[in-house]
Design a protein around this ligand. Sequence first.
Ligand SMILES: Nc1ncnc2c1ncn2[C@@H]1O[C@H](COP(=O)(O)OP(=O)(O)OP(=O)(O)O)[C@@H](O)[C@H]1O
Ligand SMILES: [Mg+2]
Length: 234
Amino acid sequence: MPPADTDSSPILSIRAVGKAYGEHQVRALHDVSLVIERGEFVSLMGASGCGKSTLLNVIAGLDSASSGEILFDGKDVTKLSDEQVTELRAKKIGFIFQFFNLLSTFTVAENVALPLDLAGAISPSERQQRVVEILTKVGMAERLKFYPAQLSGGEMQRVAIARALVHKPELIVADEPTGNLDSENGKNVLALLKELNKTLKQTIVMATHSEEAGAVGDRIIRMKDGLVVSDSKN
Ligand SMILES: Nc1ncnc2c1ncn2[C@@H]1O[C@H](COP(=O)(O)OP(=O)(O)OP(=O)(O)O)[C@@H](O)[C@H]1O
Ligand SMILES: [Mg+2]
């Protein structure tokens, strides 16, 4: 297989993916089909409840699809075992949550190191170096030993972003990464994602309510009631 940066096949092919929740079978996704190319920065937009988080969660293997196929690097994630999905996520996907999801009893450095620990063998010195390097990039290197409760919302999101990026994932999935930030911190987060997308060619799929945030992407996909209703280059 050619190295990822010369591989012209799509990073994600989503084929007729459906998702129904619970005993009432609420249909959050209706046969969504999308192809996402390597290096794209895709904004996923639409009203509350239209299925953005559901789609991101099934793409990242945090939740399972009820029907359809999701090919990541050509492999159907829906056919993998839980263990294989966890491994794929640990190696190739970084997830940024709306509410940061930092572990409160872990320091900043320990939170950021988690994906490295999950991905397996790495020497303590390399681990430390990677943690410091990525925290420097998000302007948080001075806070290595702080706990999440000692940080502001914007700082927590920067740490959460560092954690999503520390293992250099091919795909960054961000669910409303600016939803809980003030406008200045929100702009900084968007600028950082844009820079990573440009310089490291990481593929980004970002859900957002905000037209301003969505405009940072180079492709905008709009959803309504579990369906993709428009898909255009920005
Ligand atoms: N765990 C769940 N159990 C049952 N229904 C769910 C569950 N999670 C989501 N849903 C339903 O699926 C639909 C899509 O939800 P989803 O969270 O994907 O929307 P969203 O576009 O991310 O909305 P928001 O912008 O408010 O975050 C909604 O109708 C929601 O009520
Ligand atoms: Mg959501």
